[in-house]
Design a protein around this ligand. Structure first.
Ligand code: NAG
Ligand code: NAG
Ligand code: NAG
Ligand code: NAG
Ligand code: NAG
Length: 676
């Protein structure tokens, strides 16, 4: 008896030790598919063979949850530092009828891995009538809620909320994401379409919880949707499980998680979107019934073998399948096989990711045949519209040769995807160096050389190449730096591809807000002068080290153009120069760049110089015309006072009693006389 007791004690000690060890696992995991994932499932939850994690099936009033098997520790054992963690997941919902059904899905931190007493429907499978609001729940959830419940003060039927022990959220917002294109939030439908990606970030030192959502496929928005003070160690128990829960009400739907990664004390690894299982359409799920109908075991095994061999072959084929159509026959030389790009980027591995731009992700690769180092841009391209013109343009750009233009080596097309292959630029894009590392190596000399280089490139496109090419999206983010820190213009024509309007994420205006010439808002007619406008904004950006629009800045500094103009009008234009440069710049050159930037971003297209004139000014071959800053007053550049386009167009109407250029006509005279 005593022996038995001792034994069981040892057993307990071992079990406790084991549990402690397990609890201390370093908590860094990534599921690009849930096939074979080790999760604690309950309710209707199931990891499907295709890799989807399904939380509810197509049943009414159902609930399901799935948790990582080991708990996360919020504080280490000596009561020291509170941990930080980040996580990202992709969630989706498929209703019986498109766009209808489902209650919601939550990311959950909880002391238990299942909720046997919880209710479905509006209780989201997390609470019941008696325990909701009770601090002893020790539960925090990020809800993606599809139903408006006045009972819980829900704001609408498509919201994201942070819930602390209750279904009344402590912080809530309509599901939306910050978009640099509109410099504001755009709505996104939760759990509809292809799914949404969610990022939850917790900073232990600041006790701050951030939640960001975006439509699947877009890079993570810069500004979170929710940012709230939530002191997790006070709310949760020290050991807390992390996972998901979902519930249905009277409208059945399947809730899915497509992928999930989490890391304690660092940045969760990015999900590889190309590996994620895709959401099924609204059809019911087909179970392979023949396996259960009692075929002889051998027959079944043979059939299975044959099927898996076929599946393997088909998959393999599909894995590398290119999409080639007749009209592309002429572009043979520029077509690269997908397999080659797949191998070059080591299967588009996260470790090869160079960055995610507005249009897609960029990977570094080494082409297997030529050993050339390249950057491969992956663009998801759902619409066919405009694609043909775009590829024609891509191919024509592929023939451009200019030392300040990023060479396009080729392209490849797959279903729903376009891949562009560029020469690799070791220093990445200029905006990163300008804005993310302020004390960087970009001294004035580099900046001036980059400006002159890009001016030469745009001039080449506008006047020297066999046909006019309008870039449409000149900005620091599209200028890349080669090994010698020369500026090279990249990303041709992408704005045009998206400008055709079939992409739901874009406005009808081509380009990037802040660089869009005001007349474009009304006419959407691009031309040389709209490029010149964007080039002007680019000049100011490089000289001032600031973004063209800083949405959170005080209103007087809202637009870079206005701010620089203000400095000039108050007699000290050099105050606008990037403070990171200190006194280390050539005053004459800086003045030239700033004034030229203002001239180019003139509100009136006809008053902007041509790129030929711009290069002459920058090369010192022609003096900058003497333009009193007052002649540029107000309306010249008073754009973007609000974030809506209507306001943009009308913004100068109320802000200045004078019509632009009414007082001085010197700019007009100068331009009309050909710039002399
Ligand atoms: C799942 O993880 C738990 C905790 O780490 C472990 O005890 C269990 O053996 C794992 N199960 C499988 C099938 O790997
Ligand atoms: C707990 O955290 C503190 C502060 O970060 C650290 O000094 C200590 O070594 C940690 N203890 C354990 C057991 O990890
Ligand atoms: C609500 O859930 C709690 C457990 O969290 C349970 O003790 C209680 O009995 C449940 N109440 C009802 C009405 O089901
Ligand atoms: C976004 O959604 C909210 C709430 O449903 C709605 O009030 C608002 O008008 C929507 N905004 C746009 C631009 O559709
Ligand atoms: C949360 O968002 C705020 C505001 O954008 C930001 O300052 C902060 O660094 C973010 N914290 C985390 C942990 O991402």
């Amino acid at each position: 008896m005593g022996m038995l007791c001792l034994r069981s004690k040892i057993l307990v000690v071992i079990v406790v030790l084991f549990a402690k060890l397990a609890a201390c696992d370093d908590y860094d995991f990534t599921h690009n598919s849930f096939r074979g994932a080790n999760l604690s499932l309950s309710g209707a939850a199931e990891a499907l063979p295709n890799g989807l994690l399904m939380l509810t099936d197509m049943e009414k009033r159902q609930k399901g949850s799935a948790f990582h098997p080991t708990p996360l520790r919020l504080k280490n054992s000596s009561g020291g530092k509170v941990v930080s963690f980040t996580t990202t997941f992709v969630a989706g919902m498929v209703g019986k009828y498109p766009g209808v059904g489902g209650q919601g899905l939550s990311f959950v931190l909880s002391p238990s891995k299942d909720f046997p007493h919880a209710l479905p429907s509006q209780y989201l499978g997390l609470f019941n009538m008696t325990n909701r609001g009770d601090p002893s729940n020790h539960l925090v959830a990020v809800e993606l809620d599809r139903i408006r419940n006045p009972e819980f003060d829900d704001i609408d039927n498509n919201h994201v909320g942070i819930d602390v022990n209750d279904l009344k959220s402590v912080s809530v917002a309509t599901a939306s994401y910050f978009s640099d294109r509109v410099a504001g939030f755009e709505n996104v439908s939760l759990l509809g379409g292809e799914g949404v990606q969610v990022w939850v970030e917790y900073d232990g030192a600041q006790a701050r919880l951030n939640v960001t959502v975006s439509p699947l496929g877009l890079p993570k928005p810069r500004i979170p949707l929710l940012s709230s003070t939530v002191n997790l160690p006070e709310i949760l128990l020290d050991e807390t499980y992390v996972g998901f829960a979902a519930a249905t009400g009277y409208m059945p739907a399947r809730h899915y998680v497509l992928g999930w990664s989490l890391k304690v004390g660092g940045q969760a690894r990015a999900l590889d979107l190309s590996l994620l299982p895709s959401l099924p359409r609204t059809e019911p799920r087909g179970r392979p019934k023949f396996l259960t109908t009692g075929l002889p075991a051998i027959g079944a095994a043979v059939a299975l073998l044959a099927v898996s061999a076929m599946v393997f072959l088909v998959r393999r084929r599909k894995k590398y399948a290119d999409l080639i159509e007749d009209w592309e026959a002429d572009y043979g030389a520029q077509r690269l096989p997908y397999k080659e790009l797949f191998l070059a980027t080591r299967g588009f591995r996260d470790t090869e990711l160079l960055g995610a731009g507005g249009f897609g992700r960029v990977y570094k690769g080494i082409l297997p045949t030529s050993k050339a180092v390249v950057a491969v841009k992956r663009i998801s391209q759902e619409s066919y519209q405009g694609l043909r013109e775009f590829i024609a343009e891509v191919v024509s750009v592929g023939r451009l040769r200019h030392r300040n233009i990023v060479h396009l080596l080729g392209y490849c097309r797959r279903k729903g995807e376009l891949l562009l292959v560029y020469e690799f630029m070791p220093h990445g894009s200029l905006d990163k160096l300008l804005f993310d590392q302020p004390s960087s190596m970009l001294v004035w000399g580099h900046r001036f050389r980059i400006i002159r280089g890009i001016a030469a490139a745009v001039f080449y496109l506008h006047e020297e190449w066999e046909q006019l090419i309008v870039h449409r999206d000149i900005k620091a983010g599209n200028v890349l730096l080669d090994a010698e820190l020369n500026g090279r213009l990249g990303d041709f024509g992408l704005a045009r591809l998206y400008g055709h309007g079939a992409h739901p994420m874009t406005t009808h205006v081509v380009g990037t807000l802040g660089y869009i010439a005001p007349e474009l808002v009304r006419t959407s007619r691009v031309g040389r002068s709209t490029d010149v406008f964007a080039f002007g904004v680019f000049l100011l950006e490089v000289a001032c080290g600031r973004r063209p629009i800083e949405p959170r800045a005080e209103s007087e500094r809202l637009t870079l153009v206005e701010w620089v103009l203000g400095c000039w009008q108050s007699g000290s234009i050099l105050e606008a120069v990037d403070p990171n440069l200190g006194d280390d710049y050539v005053a004459g050159e800086a003045k030239l760049v700033l004034k030229l930037g203002l001239l180019c971003s003139n509100r009136v297209p006809a008053l902007r110089p041509t790129m030929r004139q711009v290069t002459q000014f920058l090369d010192g071959d022609a003096p900058l015309p003497v333009v009193p800053p007052s002649s540029l007053s107000g309306g010249a550049v008073a754009l973007w006072e609000g974030h809506g386009f209507d306001e943009i167009v009308l913004s100068n109407a109320g802000s200045s009693s004078e019509r632009p250029f009414s007082r001085s006509s010197s700019v007009e005279e100068w331009v009309l006389s050909g710039g002399r």
